[in-house]
Structure formats: structure tokens, C-alpha cells
Write a protein of this length. Sequence first.
Length: 358
Amino acid sequence: MENKIKRLGADNTGAGSATRTRGLAILLAAILCVGILGGLVACSAVTSGYDPLPTPTGDLAIQDLPANYSQEQAIADGVYVNIFNAERYNQSVVDEFYNNALAGQAAFMRSMIGTVEGDPVITDYQFDGAVFIVTTDTRRDTFGAREIAVTTYQYLKPQAGVTPENSALIYYLSNKQEQDIDTTTPDGWAMIPSPSYGYTPGHPADAVSIEKTAIVTRETVLYEDAELKTKTVDVHKNDLVYVIAKEEQGYYVQLPVVQIPPTEGYVSLDVLSFDEDRFASLANYGSLTNAILLNTPDAEDIYRNPYDGTASLYNGLVIIKEKLNGEFVRCGLLGGAEDKWVVSRDISYQLTRVIYHQ
């Protein structure tokens, strides 16, 4: 196996494979990890001429990995492994990288992602506090450049917009400070594995990921800080919340999203219940997916579009106003529309988190 090291400057394409369409597919696979702070991580001027750096974790340097380095060994070594976007391992390594890099601290992660033919491409991502250094090893790629390429970048930048739960938040490495990136060309940018769905860089390392819906058991308030000192808004008994993480003194939650940006903060540990039996009988909120709206609690009295007479379907959050015989629910719709009825079975009491970036 050829063991060639190629030095690239700041204006070269990323990860040693962005010049090929198939290589771009490899990079695109890297972003589909299992999404939150806005802004850029700005670094000093890029320097060129890097060799592959020693890993800060005590692992073998990328150029010293054996030719037959397997997915199983990589997983055991704590490498982030993505197998055709169907299986992902060691996602916590990616989350830790973001937690450190976005705080301006040194960070390192190694990934192994397969080409469309199944050949492994290994990449080291290192942030030294000033520059992002990407070292990509394509020596095992039968149809690739079969080399080690080193590229440097100045900025780690999130894609702008709203990202629902179950859709990864996309990050880029770039040498351009402007937010928008021309992804139709490979110049000056590269993709990087993204953090977990709903992951918020900045939470302490000992925070426990929860990622599920809970119901509020008594009147309380949302706090801005983890120490539960600065109050922001009232939270009412039987409100649903999406619990993101558990920390020492409280849960970090997102309130039901009725406007953008979403409202997030902390509640104390003793005000939530995860008992789903309580949701359907007590919850103040629910959600609908392609639900038929009714004018009255009668399945035949369908609310129809005044323009074409078709049945009106609703998607999104609703406020629970009234329940009738366990069969129908009167719902308050967002945006000030008149209340409508739905069949009880059409309501879900599970929230999804909305991830927002400016």
C-alpha cells in the first residue's frame, strides 16, 4: 500500500476527496449522524504545510494504522464509524469534539466512513485552538487517490435554518467567513460529522441525555441557568415539555414550540413525570399529523377547504381544549384559527424537538 503524504494549503479542497463526485458522497455521508448554538468559531489565519499530527488520545497516528484496519477494530478504539448511514458507532466522540471546539478548546476526533464500494476512508479532525486540521487517509480506497491529505480551515459553521428532530444539523468547515456556502463547488469547504439529534454543545460532560417527552406535575417556572436562579417564563401544570438532558440540579427542556426561536431552559428535577399514561388524560398539548379537522364532534362533519371543498388536514402542535367521551378532542390551533375537533386517536402526545440556528 502506498504511504504518500500530500501537503495542501488553505485554498485546496477538503478532506482529500472533494474533487471527485464520489468523494463528495463520502463527505455527505459524514453529516448524517444521530442537532445547536448559533455563530461561528473564528480562528486565526490559516497556515499550510502540515504533516499528520500526533493524536492527543494516545492512539496510533493515522499514517501508522495497519492496511487491514477494520471497522470492528475502529469501533473498539473509539473511532466514530458510519456504515452506509445505517449503523453508527461512538457518536459521543463527535459530540465531545463539538463541545470542546465550540468552547475554543483543543479537540480531536477520528472517523471511518465507507465509500459507495465499501472501502474505508479514515479522517482525523483536530482543532488546536486556532485552526481546524483535517487529515484524510484514502489509501484503502480502491478507486480513490490512495494518499494522506492534510487541509486546514478557519471556521466551523452550522447551516442556517430550522432543523426538526430526526434530521441532522449540518456543519461545515470553511475558509470563508460568510454564513452561506456554495456547496455546488468543492473549493474552500468540507463537511464534518455532525452532533447527535438534539445535542446542544455547551452542556457539561456529565449531563445525561434524555431526549423524550415529559409532563409537568405542578405550576413552576423555566430558568435561564442550570443553577435555577434566573426565572424566564411560567410553566403550567400538565404542560408537555421535551426533555433534552438531565444535569445536577435540573432538566434542560424545550417548551412546546409555538414560535421561532423555540423557548428552552431549565426546570427543577421534581416537577416532571415521564409516565405516558398521564399524557393522554391530562396533557395541555398534543400534536397532529395529517389529521382530518371536524367542525363538531361528529366524524362526518368534516371541515372542508372553502376554496376547493377538500377535507382540511392539519399538521403540528395543538392546545387541548375539551375531551368528549374518549372519542373526540376539541383543539386550539396555532395562529388564532377557530377551534376544531379531531378524533382522539389522531392525537399524539409525543413532542419532537425543533433545532434552530440563526
